[in-house]
Design a protein around this ligand. Structure first.
Ligand code: FAD
Length: 360
């Protein structure tokens, strides 16, 4: 069994396959294990009820949502049984339940259980069927600006807020073998970030996740977001991606600055934002009552559309039939959280386990 990618989905698949007696080989394009999981906040979560999951991600594939929902708790126990260190048993969000792991510790525990990982070894379309079952776990296509432009269609280039190697290789292999594509190819998980260049260690601190309290304007001074911003703010990030230069301004009044986000006052986050400007520097007249303004740019963490799979993680063709020997897990799989937001780590864990069980 070949597994493409030593991130969350690939390492889970390899560790489970080995547990079941198989001898998988993991091919990793990058120079380290962990993919974007290692850079993440590492909260592996689900909605508290399946009905909430459906309501939040109403356009997603119900069968896959059911699979992720039903298997997550057992998956979390399995991660702990491998020695993954738990940081917190609470997501801090009343809608969801889950566990926050230490990302380095989780990567280490999974890599230990996964066995052989070959680095600097990207899986490409030249992998043949005779190489045996192949699990695609390359982490989505956000790292390829051409694919992002084609499918996500932003109005300006999106900054990458993810590992640099996930650039659609799984998608290419799937398409080469006759795979179909899911809906939601224009959707993505990401954050509106302070509009500056940033390093991996700034992925979390430079995220500006208080748009729901702000007036949101584009560079022309037009308010472009209708209705209420969702709790995850993914709808706002995706809408920002479609504005001129994929940028926006968050303009805040006293009431907005008094709000709290993840235990921190918005006032404090705004004060630290490197793209906070004086109101007189705005390219349009500040709305009445405004006190502060921050320029943000949409950044992409992973794509939401991708390859369709069935409940055994088998990649499906245009007729909805499984393609012999081809499996996918993690962000290479599309259609799970279409229309909303769900934990990418949770679906990578569950689909990784499922793929290993089906492929061995
Ligand atoms: C800052 C940040 C915070 C986040 N916080 C959370 C969170 O709290 N909770 C949550 O659920 N999600 C979170 N995420 C998202 C989460 O990290 C991803 O959903 C998850 O890692 C997806 O798993 P994956 O296995 O599909 O991809 P990854 O974990 O990224 O792994 C993909 C791997 O495939 C490799 N690869 C790429 N191409 C090839 C190829 N051709 N051949 C071989 N290998 C290849 C890559 O190098 C990488 O190692 C966060 C992400 C970031 C960046």
């Amino acid at each position: 069994m070949l597994i493409a990618g030593a991130g969350m989905a690939g390492l889970c698949a390899a560790a489970r396959a080995r547990e079941l007696g198989a001898e998988p080989v993991v091919l990793e394009k990058g120079d380290r294990a962990g993919g974007s999981m290692l850079l993440s906040s590492c909260v592996v979560w689900r909605y508290r009820s399946f009905e909430e999951f459906r309501a939040q991600c109403h356009e997603g594939d119900e069968r896959l949502q059911r699979l992720v929902f039903d298997r997550l708790d057992e998956g979390l126990e399995w991660l702990e049984s491998l020695g993954a260190p738990v940081v917190e048993r609470d997501t801090g969000n009343p809608l969801t339940t889950g566990v926050r792991f230490d990302p380095a510790g989780l990567t280490e525990a999974l890599a230990r259980a996964a066995g052989e990982v070959v680095f600097h070894k990207p899986v490409t379309v030249t992998v043949t069927v005779t190489d045996g079952p192949l699990v695609l776990a390359t982490g989505g296509f956000q790292g390829d600006p051409g694919l992002v432009e084609r499918f996500v269609k932003p109005a300006g280039e999106l900054r990458l807020r993810a590992n640099p190697w996930s650039a659609g290789d799984g998608l290419r292999v799937g398409l080469e073998r006759g795979a179909a594509l899911t809906d939601g190819l224009d959707e993505f998980y990401g954050r509106n970030m302070a509009d500056v260049d940033f390093s991996e260690s700034e992925f979390v601190p430079l995220a500006q996740v208080y748009g729901r309290f702000a007036r949101i304007l584009n560079e022309n001074g037009e308010e472009f977001f209708d209705g209420e911003v969702s709790w995850s703010e993914l709808d706002l990030v995706q809408a920002t991606a479609r504005q001129p230069s994929a940028r926006a301004w968050y303009v805040l009044d006293e009431e907005a600055l008094d709000q709290r986000v993840r235990g921190r006052p918005v006032r404090e986050i705004v004060a630290e934002a490197p793209t906070r400007v004086e109101l007189s520097e705005l390219p349009f007249e500040a709305p009445a009552g405004a006190i502060a303004a921050v320029r943000v740019a949409a950044a992409i963490t992973h794509t939401i559309g991708g390859l369709p799979v069935d409940e055994a993680a088998r990649v499906l063709d245009e007729q909805g039939e499984p393609i012999e020997g081809l499996f996918a897990a993690g962000a290479d799989v599309g259609g799970i959280s279409t229309g909303g937001y769900a934990s990418g780590l949770a679906s990578a864990l569950v689909l990784g386990l499922t793929a290993a069980e089906a492929a061995r």
